[in-house]
Design a protein around this ligand. Structure first.
Ligand code: ATP
Ligand code: MG
Length: 459
């Protein structure tokens, strides 16, 4: 890299990065910016988090700064807090062993930055930038690979994936995030080593899948996982959809439809993206070809919801995410038409909850787009959203909480607490969903007494 370009890149770094590195130099140590920050600089993006590599030992780093967290001292990593920023600093090291294809049996701290760069996964991740002496190290030609849009393992790819199987998913994830190709030898090695992914912890698999789903086009990575054989091991239920044709107006098989729905779902909403990936995951198991030649997926949304729960639990997603995704999957099969009455709109809101309407509508739109294979007319869904908003603005009741009477009122009216009362409240909600004008205390108490007498207590 020439001096002018280097100067240009260095200008994109916050001043704190320079002064931070200078502390190392002043005490006779080296300090390089490494990893994602350098990659992002070369890509022309402004980096936001900063990893450093140094010949100073973790203990020496801890003595250099006042506020230091011993994040992973045994592996040489500490986190230094500087004002509002945190910097990860890792002592140059080599790794040895990898008898479990997950983590090194031991790490050895070393003095040579080039040796440290060698143990890193991909050429684009093995560049180092000294912001003080203004030098740029790129022994594996990462800059060239970035220019060509290629992800290439350092050294023998098969051996590197044998050391740490997670690197295979990282390759796919980086290819998705950056929309790069994986070099052909590296890709071939992923195919050969795919079974090793079984040894990687579910949390690490989850984190890579999450990053893929937060990329512009998750389908790139999911298709690559399928091509390389990673998918049946990491997401076997999703792989079941490969080759399962849907007939009717569907253009794609279940797998292709699902990953396209994922692309079409809003990028910033992980739950909706997960729901898009999983909304039809139960179709292969629900599939029945009836004698007329029709292919049916009866109750597939229920089966999909159940399978989604199993998949997301296995991957250790947070409970809140799991609950949101299965709710969306379970209710994704609504088909709004302008003929829906206001009562039908209220009933729908009552069933799915007002808070999930925006996500459910987004999922529905993504689903439609992935059926047709092109953007679809979203006017009907837009109209649906404004009708829901209209009903909510009119403060019409869509849940038991919105009724003009509560449990206390019913007890006062002579209805004893217990399961019978629950049934009465549900009946009141039903009445009000049909006719919102009934939502007044005297009318509801009237209905409640009658319902309790005739349907709960018995004559
Ligand atoms: P991002 O933070 O955007 O995911 P990154 O490149 O910073 O990208 P990190 O996981 O933060 O990725 O790791 C920092 C650096 O550590 C990487 O750039 C790479 O050099 C090295 N590294 C991380 N994980 C591995 C691994 N499994 N094998 C080899 N090197 C790795
Ligand atoms: Mg990073």
């Amino acid at each position: 890299m020439n001096r002018a370009r280097l100067a240009l890149l260095l200008r994109k770094l916050p001043g704190t990065v320079r002064s931070f590195a200078r502390r190392f130099h002043e005490s006779g140590h080296e300090c390089y910016l490494v990893g994602g920050a350098v990659r992002n600089l070369i890509l022309g993006n402004r980096p936001t988090d900063f990893d450093f590599a140094t010949d100073a030992s973790p203990q020496q780093v801890m003595r250099l700064f006042r506020r230091v967290i011993p994040t992973g001292v045994e592996h040489g990593t500490v986190t230094v807090i500087q004002g509002r920023q945190t910097f990860e600093v890792t002592t140059y090291r080599t790794e040895e062993g990898y008898s479990d294809t997950r983590r090194p049996d031991s790490v050895e701290f070393i003095g040579d930055v080039y040796e440290d760069l060698k143990r890193r996964d991909f050429t684009m991740n093995a560049m180092a930038l000294d912001p003080v002496r203004r030098s740029f190290l790129d022994p594996h030609e990462g800059e060239r690979d970035i220019g060509d849009g290629i992800i290439r393992a350092i050294g023998d790819p098969g051996q590197r994936f044998g050391e740490d199987a997670l690197r295979m998913l990282r390759a796919v994830r980086f290819a998705t995030e950056l929309e790069f190709d994986v070099d052909s030898q590296t890709l071939e090695a992923i195919r050969a080593c795919a079974p090793l992914i079984a040894a990687v912890s579910m949390e690490r698999v989850r984190d890579e899948i999450t990053k893929m789903l937060q990329s512009r086009r998750p389908s790139v990575g999911l298709r690559m996982m399928q091509d390389t054989g990673l998918l049946p091991l990491a997401l076997p239920e999703v792989a079941e959809g490969v080759g399962v044709e849907q007939r009717g107006n569907h253009r794609y098989d279940v797998f292709e439809h699902s990953i396209r729905a994922c692309d079409a779902a809003p990028r910033e909403d992980l739950a909706v993206r997960l729901a898009a990936l999983l909304h039809d995951v139960g179709k292969p198991r629900a599939m029945v070809d009836d004698p007329s030649g029709e292919r049916r997926f009866h109750r597939h949304e229920q089966i999909s919801a159940q399978m989604s729960e199993e998949i997301l639990r296995r991957l250790k997603y947070p409970n809140r995410t799991i609950a949101e995704v299965i709710h969306l999957v379970r209710h994704h099969m609504f088909n709004y038409t302008p003929e829906w009455t206001d009562a039908a709109v209220r009933r729908f809101v009552a069933r799915v909850g007002a808070d999930s309407i925006p996500s459910l509508v987004a999922l529905r739109a993504a689903d439609s787009e992935a059926i047709a294979g092109r953007p679809v007319d979203s006017r009907a869904l837009g109209e649906f959203v404004s009708r829901v908003e209209g009903r909510l603005a009119a403060e019409e009741a869509t849940s038991v909480r919105d009724l003009a009477v509560g449990g206390r009122d019913l007890i006062d009216a002579g209805i004893p607490p217990g399961p019978g009362m629950g049934a009465v409240l549900e009946a009141l909600l039903e009445a009000v969903l049909d006719d919102p004008s009934l939502n007044t205390k005297p009318q509801l108490l009237d209905i409640a007494r009658r319902y309790y007498r005739e349907r709960v207590r018995g004559p």
